[in-house]
Design a protein around this ligand. Structure first.
Ligand SMILES: NC(=O)c1ccc[n+]([C@@H]2O[C@H](COP(=O)([O-])OP(=O)(O)OC[C@H]3O[C@@H](n4cnc5c(N)ncnc54)[C@H](OP(=O)(O)O)[C@@H]3O)[C@@H](O)[C@H]2O)c1
Length: 332
């Protein structure tokens, strides 16, 4: 049995979702991969708990009932660590970043320098610092994995990295943002943009500050990451992004008359990434609904591959993070 120690930075929806899977499937990971996971630290924005084998059930219960790790008063010692202190001080094999810290690249890099592999579901480090981070990991023979950053658990990144080695990728076209899909679908059913946004916020689909989704920034991060994987480094500030704020009910009705629907489409080609609302035929794989994402990958040998699946969700995102943990662990 190989023992692997993990540090969780971030213990929100995805962090706790991953922790739950590690508990529920403990025996499966032992039997199937010979892996035994031990969580040695957990941090949220208030505090870090650090212990040689943290009881995940208790940690989830405390976080969900008290809201903050800093209010944990028994069993474990609390540390006032920033993420950079965690990756320096806590001896772990793998650091798992499930935060939304936009400056996380700083401590990703530090974790790699400390000899730790890094797994992340957080997009900005990849969208702005891909080359630096992946080169550092490569140089040190460590894993730097980020499957959950695009299409949640649907393995588009692993497919591009591992499944198409003989192909020259010609293009990737996809719908990668569930909030905009939800709003555009509700507008098809007669709601105004404002009403659809309000409904998305009430249902918890749109974030309290939805501007990153509506302006196409989230889809742009994902397009940038896919460009990095398929074609090599790309800076987010070089891509062309247009969001859905200008779309009216009239635009939607006009498209429908032609048997089309409007979706926020990300297109990735060598040297170019664009995000913009586009009319797509109802029969197109890009005419997705709900939280589904879709990607059409075109390779010179394989032709078109259509990948469709969850683009958000706790269990779905945990699927990608856990896959990355297992792949990094088997490489240790
Ligand atoms: N939810 C999804 O379906 C999904 C899918 C794919 C990717 N992602 C990405 O996964 C990440 C996590 O998403 P989520 O839904 O779990 O978000 P969330 O519920 O808001 O959780 C974020 C967690 O990160 C912690 N955090 C933020 N900054 C921190 C810092 N500097 N140091 C330590 N902890 C910090 C927060 O602490 P507090 O608890 O103290 O606030 C919280 O525990 C995000 O980057 C998101 O974009 C999410």
């Amino acid at each position: 049995m190989k023992a692997v120690s993990l540090s969780f930075i971030g213990f929100g929806n995805v962090g706790r979702g991953v922790a739950r899977v590690l508990m529920e499937k403990k025996q499966f990971f032992r039997d199937r991969y010979g892996l035994e996971f031990r969580v040695v630290s957990i941090s949220d924005s208030s505090a870090t708990i650090w212990n040689e084998d943290i009881d995940l059930k208790e940690a989830i219960m405390i976080k969900e009932s008290l809201g903050s790790l800093s209010r944990w008063t028994n069993d474990y010692e609390l540390f006032d660590f920033r993420p950079v202190d965690v990756v320096r001080e806590v001896e772990s094999d793998i650091v798992i970043d499930v935060t939304n810290d936009p400056k996380a690249h700083v401590w990703h890099l530090e974790a790699l320098k400390q000899g730790r592999s890094v797994i992340t579901s957080n997009k900005p480090p990849l969208a702005f610092h891909y080359a630096e981070l992946t080169e550092e990991a490569e140089k040190r023979g460590l894993s730097y994995r980020f499957e959950a950053t695009v299409m949640a658990g649907t393995p588009v990144i692993t497919l591009l990295q591992e499944g198409l080695k003989g192909d020259t990728i010609e293009s990737i076209e996809g719908v990668f943002n569930g909030t905009t899909t939800f709003i555009l679908s509700e507008m098809e059913h007669g709601m105004s943009f404002e009403e659809a946004l309000e409904k998305a916020q009430k249902l918890g689909i749109a974030e309290r500050d939805p501007s990153g989704d509506l302006r196409g920034i989230d889809a742009g991060y994902k397009g940038t990451i896919l460009h990095c994987v398929a074609f090599g480094p790309m800076a987010f500030d070089r891509i062309e992004v247009q969001g859905i704020e200008g779309i009216t009910k009239k635009d939607i009705a006009r498209a429908r008359k032609r048997g089309r629907t409007i979706r926020l489409v990300t297109r990735v080609e060598k040297g170019r990434v664009t995000v913009r609302p586009m009319e797509v035929p109802e029969s197109s794989p890009l005419a997705v609904y709900g939280a589904s994402n879709a990607a059409v990958i075109r390779g010179d040998l394989i032709g078109d591959i259509v990948l469709k699946g969850a683009g958000a969700g706790i269990r779905e995102t945990a699927s990608a993070v856990v896959n990355d943990i297992i792949r990094a662990s088997t490489r240790l």
